[in-house]
Design a protein around this ligand. Structure first.
Ligand code: DX5
Ligand code: ZN
Length: 218
């Protein structure tokens, strides 16, 4: 079981000052930054692109960029994101493209890879890919927007993936994303999650050091 890892989501930071958002994370000693990339097609919203990650690197950020591609054609963009400074690139299972080849390409580019499931997608949709990935991201809201309510009905899917991981002697991280705060994060931890995306709850937390250290102890 991996130690709990908090991954604050840049989507909830001030978009006029994303470098300051990244510094807020790093100054707490948190090492991951979740970067939500939206194409207005796979999800009904737009966010930012590879140039944003590259600009954060130029501004000095050493954070681990956990890059969540919510794109209909992610295979077309893994290389620009790797070159821009992504450390991990996760791609959704739902669109039709060559998932296996794209996961392999992400590793060839020197990044860790991840596969993502929407709330309506069953665990068995990614079962065959589990030996090929560094991370499985289980969406706990329908992706597209921050600030939505956590979907408790997703907890059994997290446990299913944890059980398969143990039974097959695999070691991928199990990440949750959407409506995560300390309470829902603890429920996900009990179900088997080890990596916690937090957008709204992190950037609105009045006492961020306390928030981060509570997550580290989940
Ligand atoms: C949802 C994104 C999430 C989002 C989470 O489409 O993938 O990463 O930033 O935001 P909160 O934590 O506000 O639910
Ligand atoms: Zn995300």
């Amino acid at each position: 079981m991996h130690a709990p890892q908090l991954a604050p989501s840049l989507l909830a930071a001030d978009h006029a000052n994303l470098a300051a958002g990244a510094r807020t994370v790093a100054d707490l000693g948190v090492t991951w930054l979740h970067c939500d990339i939206m194409d207005g097609h796979f999800v009904p919203n737009l966010s930012f692109g590879p140039e944003t990650l590259a600009a954060l690197r130029r501004a000095g950020s050493k954070l681990f960029f956990d890059t969540h591609l919510m794109l209909s054609e992610p295979h077309r963009y893994v290389e620009p994101f790797a070159k821009a400074g992504a450390n991990l690139i996760s791609i959704h299972i739902e669109p039709a493209y060559d998932h296996v080849a794209t996961l392999a390409r992400i590793r060839e580019l020197g990044c860790q890879n991840g596969i993502v499931l929407n709330p309506g997608t069953p665990a068995r949709a990614v079962e065959a890919l589990l030996p090929l990935v560094d991370l499985v991201l289980v969406m706990t809201v329908q992706p597209g927007f921050g600030g939505q309510s956590f979907r408790r009905d997703i907890l059994p899917k997290i446990s299913q993936l944890r059980d398969w991981r143990a039974a097959r002697d695999l070691s991928f991280r199990l990440e949750v994303d959407g409506g995560i705060d300390l309470a829902t994060g603890a429920e996900c931890r009990a179900a088997g999650a080890d990596t916690f995306v937090a957008g709204t709850s992190f950037f609105k937390a009045p006492d961020k050091p306390a928030f981060a250290s509570a997550f580290a102890k989940l």
